[in-house]
Design a protein around this ligand. Structure first.
Ligand code: NAP
Ligand code: GLV
Ligand code: GLV
Length: 332
């Protein structure tokens, strides 16, 4: 019998490829670059399965070019790069990698919170450039973190993990979320549900953890930034387009907020030029899940989900994005 053909668009860790080896015929892009649209279209042409990354745009035209495709495994938890409705129409199962990257991404969020508030990157640059002349009373004064108010926008897996860490910093936690969390979890996290406006007005740190959807695009725009305290910081490890980046650059330049820590951008890998010149922003190249162990767990999870679908099994609970295709599995 013909083995299923799988196209892997990026060099995932070996542990993930090992899951697929033997069970499928694989074509893997081992270059550290995003494939061109032509390469993606060519790669999916005879593929039964696609393992892709968040910069691969899998839209209707890609699906139309892939008549055999039955499974798409996104090597990420966010899946805004994939047209889910179009995949569901074609009975193609889409999976993601929830959970395994939650704590790692929460850690990086905290790296940004601390780095921007305590001017870690500016300090590092000063020392390397030989500009450190010894302790000084007015040197690089920042904002306190301990005891302040954290506002979590999107209280899902990562939002909760970020809020949990805030307890160690003696912070009051406010959150804004569509569905909300149980009152016992609110108690455990010490978190209070408020409107977005109240969160923006009260928080010293606003941290974004919603997925990118039509509803969350530019959730934080000029009007919302204006509601924030002038002493507050915005941190975004969710998706760039959740923030109106031009409005943020303008607000920061005008001193309307104290600073920002960003891991994601509106038009990755481009960064709004207005942000690049500012000292009060910390800019990271989308590193949320970037640890050795987490990338390995993500690779294994993506590969196992892909194989599940190709072999007719329903993927592990929570990994199937489009429940609408559930009828295609034998063991449903
Ligand atoms: P999650 O568990 O699904 O959490 C998302 C939360 O946002 C849920 O509580 C959801 O509510 C809420 N939400 C969705 N739409 C909303 C809306 N319009 N208004 C208010 N709340 C809304 O997802 P997660 O695992 O925490 O991941 C969150 C996002 O982080 C991912 O989608 C991804 O884009 C991003 N991410 C980035 C990195 C990085 O490298 N920087 C790494 C991992 C993840 P419901 O329960 O009602 O849906
Ligand atoms: C990373 O950004 C992810 O969504 O996993
Ligand atoms: C600073 O180093 C102090 O001892 O206060």
């Amino acid at each position: 019998m013909r083995k299923p053909k799988v196209f892997v668009t990026c060099p995932i860790p070996e542990a993930g490829l090992d899951v697929l080896r033997g069970a499928v015929d694989m074509e893997v892009n081992m270059d550290d670059r995003v494939l061109t649209r032509q390469e993606l279209l060519a790669g999916v042409a005879d593929a039964d399965g696609l393992l892709c990354q968040l910069a691969d745009v899998v839209d209707e035209s890609v699906l139309a070019a892939a008549p055999r495709l039955r499974a798409i495994a996104n090597y990420a938890v966010g899946y805004n790069n994939i047209d889910i409705a179009a995949a569901t129409d074609r009975r193609i199962a889409v999976t993601n990698t929830p959970g395994v990257l939650t704590e790692t991404t929460a850690d990086l969020t905290w790296a940004l919170i601390l780095a921007v508030a305590r001017r870690v990157v500016e300090g590092d640059a000063m020392v390397r450039q030989g500009r450190f002349r010894g302790w000084a009373p007015r040197l690089l004064l920042g904002g306190d973190v301990y005891g302040r108010v954290l506002g979590v926008v999107g209280m899902g897996r990562i939002g909760q993990a970020v809020a949990r860490r805030a307890r160690g910093f003696g912070m009051k936690v406010l959150y804004y979320d569509r569905s909300g969390i149980s009152s016992s979890l609110e108690t455990e996290l010490g978190a209070t549900r408020v409107s977005l406006e109240e969160l923006l007005r009260e928080s010293d740190f606003v941290s974004l953890h919603v997925p990118l959807t039509p509803e969350t695009r530019h959730l934080i725009g000029r009007e919302q930034l204006a509601m924030m305290k002038r002493t507050a910081y915005l941190v975004n490890t969710a998706r760039g387009p959740v923030v109106d980046e031009a409005a943020l650059a303008q607000a920061l330049a005008a001193g309307e907020l104290a600073g920002a820590g960003l891991d994601v951008y509106e038009n990755e890998p481009e960064v709004h030029p207005g942000l690049l010149g500012l000292d009060n922003v910390v800019l990271l190249p989308h590193l949320g899940s970037a640890t050795v162990d987490t990338r390995e767990r993500m690779a294994v999870m993506a590969a196992e989900s892909l194989l599940d679908v190709l072999e007719g099994r329903e993927p592990r609970a929570g990994n199937l994005v489009n429940r609408g295709v559930i009828g295609v599995f034998k063991n449903k």
